[in-house]
Design a protein around this ligand. Structure first.
Ligand code: NAP
Length: 341
């Protein structure tokens, strides 16, 4: 089969489009014919060696996989060849941890395509346990933008952010893959959302996914605009994927007793932290890493009902993985991009 593999960590030039062995369906696994593989900023970190350097080369990455069952391994029941499926975007490496609850806190939990070959290929082999029947009825390219971001958003916004009817939420980078999905989940739960984006085209994207108020990074004063919106109180919840550069403004945007959920670090991972403001304001800080199968399942119900929509920026042929990575790096992407074998 053809795959876009990396032979080393580094710039997008490490990708090579080449023939590799097509996987066999080993016991307990299925082989999925990849229809589309969505990309996330995570893929850039993985390619650069920023997630782990403990990966055998050559490697095939790719977490957000949609496709059809091509072959079924011994002992696997409940699937049929040709069936449309979604691959879970994360699971523990060690089968001994597969029953860990919550699964995203299991010791070896990792994004799919990190410790096994993922979706930048025509076929991929996955444990049958982490294959989800696709009942969404959506085109498979658009659907490939969904699993990782939706899992993340359900966990960060609903579970940790405790967002519900009329909660006022501030979402960072509202046109990003993860940010646009967090806005949609928050709106589906009945929340009101303010967000901030870095360019005019992204304003349109953030509005189209339901943001009530869209600020411009570098132009609007986030804290002042939040205060105006909330009659001086601050928002109930901040959902952050930007990290360092946004940290101070995010904390100052929170109301007394507000919840800050961080799951990303696009601008860096170190910051100064004012403990005095923290405890005087009864702030609650939560770290969020992916989510559970149950959270994804609940998110897929929202997707099927049309309350959440995929945000597909554009597709690239599988051989253009490097160009897709460069496009994400350029900070232009709105929603997610997808590779098509
Ligand atoms: N922990 C988890 O479960 C989880 C899950 C998903 C994503 N993440 C993390 O969340 C972050 C975002 O991921 P993503 O896939 O949504 O990314 P993305 O689609 O590439 O969007 C990132 C956005 O961040 C904004 N940004 C702000 N400051 C930036 C800076 N200094 N440099 C570059 N961009 C900056 C940009 O939007 P503007 O131009 O509009 O400012 C950019 O488009 C990443 O750190 C990722 O690893 C974590």
């Amino acid at each position: 089969m053809k795959a876009s593999v990396i032979h080393d960590f580094g710039t997008p030039s490490v990708f090579s489009y080449q023939d590799v062995a097509t996987p066999d369906p080993t016991a307990g696994h299925v082989v999925v014919k990849v229809a589309a593989c969505g990309l996330n900023r995570y893929d850039l970190y993985l390619r650069m060696g920023g997630i782990t350097r403990d990966i055998k080369m050559p490697h095939v990455m790719g977490a957000d996989i949609t496709g059809t069952i091509a072959a079924i391994g011994e002992g696997v029941e409940g699937f049929s060849e040709g069936q449309r499926v979604i691959v879970a975007p994360g699971f523990p490496v060690d089968p001994n941890d597969w029953d860990h609850e919550p699964i995203n806190q299991a010791p070896g939990y990792a994004v799919t395509g990190t410790h096994q070959w993922g979706g930048y290929a025509e076929y991929t082999r996955m444990p049958a346990r982490f294959i989800i029947p696709d009942e969404t009825g959506l085109p498979q390219d658009a659907l490939a933008t969904v699993p990782l971001c939706l899992t993340t958003a359900m966990h960060a916004v609903k579970t940790l952010g405790e967002v519900g009817e009329r909660t006022r939420v501030f979402v960072q980078a509202g046109a990003s893959g993860s940010g646009s999905m967090c806005i949609q989940v928050a709106r589906a739960l009945g929340a009101e959302v303010m967000t901030i984006v870095g360019s005019e085209p992204k304003v349109e994207t953030a509005r189209s996914v339901g943001a009530d108020h869209v600020l411009r990074r570098g132009i609007d004063d986030q804290v002042q605009r939040v205060r105006e919106w909330t009659d001086g109180a601050g928002v109930d919840v901040v959902i952050d994927n930007v990290g360092s550069e946004a940290f101070q403004a995010n904390m100052e945007s929170l109301r007394v007793g507000g919840i800050f959920v961080n799951f990303g670090l696009v601008s860096g991972y170190r910051t100064e932290f004012n403990l005095k403001n923290f405890f005087f304001s009864h702030h609650i800080l939560k770290g969020s890493m992916m989510g559970t199968g149950q959270e994804l399942a609940e998110g897929l119900v929202l997707l099927k009902s049309g309350k959440i929509k995929p945000v597909l920026d554009k597709t690239f042929p599988l051989q253009d993985a490097a160009a897709a990575h460069e496009y994400i790096e350029s900070r232009q992407v709105r929603g997610n991009v997808v590779l098509i074998p």
